[in-house]
Design a protein around this ligand. Structure first.
Ligand code: NAD
Length: 253
């Protein structure tokens, strides 16, 4: 049990990776506040995880008062906040920079960058008050390499590495650790929407091309990403901060 007596707040908690992390964390003894925009999915997830170990809060991470409320609700409900997983994200259109609407750029940056920044802004004071914590941001392979036709997403996932590095230095003296996990392609709804964005009539071929490009020759599973999140969330990573951690089958190598 690596997370006994720990409390985690996870955003994007009803999605593929977020829910896998919530399940793994609960299995390791944590109590978890699930945050997402999808209320029905939140209720189903809490029912599955059990009301003693899990609770939920409906949050649009782009909204400051909602991001602040998510942290406050976690502390009110569970008494503390040890782990913040800034995981909510969207892809946006699959288009070249030239064709991508400006509004689409702003929308992706709002969720994937502003949303992460806001979460950290409100989680850090709570962690400082209790003597430390761990913040895990879901960046991406798209945070360390170019991804043609995904420019808003590509930009956003690089940007949060900057946010992470800044927060890591601001939090280190108070034992607040901040790191990113950088998944390669992982089998969730998000990768399905990317596949159909590239060619909605031939998603099988797109998937074959994507997996052929991964040295390990397959997509990752949400559980494989969650295990890296667990390491960074737990005291096993007590000297790890400011790091970019790939979980990508060798994709970025
Ligand atoms: P997913 O679509 O299954 O989950 C994303 C979740 O974020 C959903 O539950 C959605 O409701 C939530 N969300 C979206 N906008 C929100 C908002 N404004 N406020 C609160 N919640 C919001 O996708 P996933 O693959 O589980 O993605 C999780 C994270 O992993 C994302 O940050 C994504 O960019 C990142 N990632 C995914 C992959 C992949 O291949 N699946 C690869 C690298 C990184």
């Amino acid at each position: 049990m690596k997370l006994t007596n720990k409390v985690a707040l996870i955003t994007g908690a009803t999605g593929g990776i977020g829910l896998a992390a919530a399940k793994l964390f609960v299995g390791e003894g944590a109590r978890v506040m699930l945050a997402d925009i999808d209320q029905a999915a939140l209720e189903a997830a809490v029912a599955e995880l059990g009301a003693e170990q899990a609770a939920s809060v409906v949050v649009d991470v782009t909204q400051p008062e909602q991001a602040e409320r998510a942290v406050a609700s976690t502390v009110e409900h569970f008494g503390q906040l040890d782990i913040y997983v800034a995981n909510a994200g969207i892809v946006g259109p699959i288009q070249s920079i030239e064709d991508c609407p400006v509004e689409a750029f702003d929308k992706v940056l709002a969720v994937n960058v502003r949303g992460v920044w806001l979460g950290i802004k409100y989680a850090m004071p709570a962690m400082r008050r209790q003597g430390g914590g761990s913040i895990v941001i879901t960046s991406s392979g798209a945070g360390v390499q170019g991804m043609p036709n995904m420019s808003p997403y590509n930009t956003s996932k690089h940007a949060v590495i900057g946010t992470m590095r800044c927060a890591a230095k601001e939090g280190a003296a108070d034992n607040i650790r901040v790191n990113t996990v950088n998944p390669g392609p992982v089998a969730t709804r998000m990768i399905e929407s990317i596949e159909s964005g590239f060619d909605k009539d031939n998603t099988d071929q797109v998937r074959e091309a994507f997996t052929a490009g991964v040295p390990m020759g397959r997509y990752g599973t949400p559980e494989e990403v969650a295990k890296l999140m667990l390491f960074l969330a737990s005291d096993d990573s007590s000297y790890c901060t400011g790091g970019v951690y790939m979980v990508d089958g060798g994709n970025a190598a």
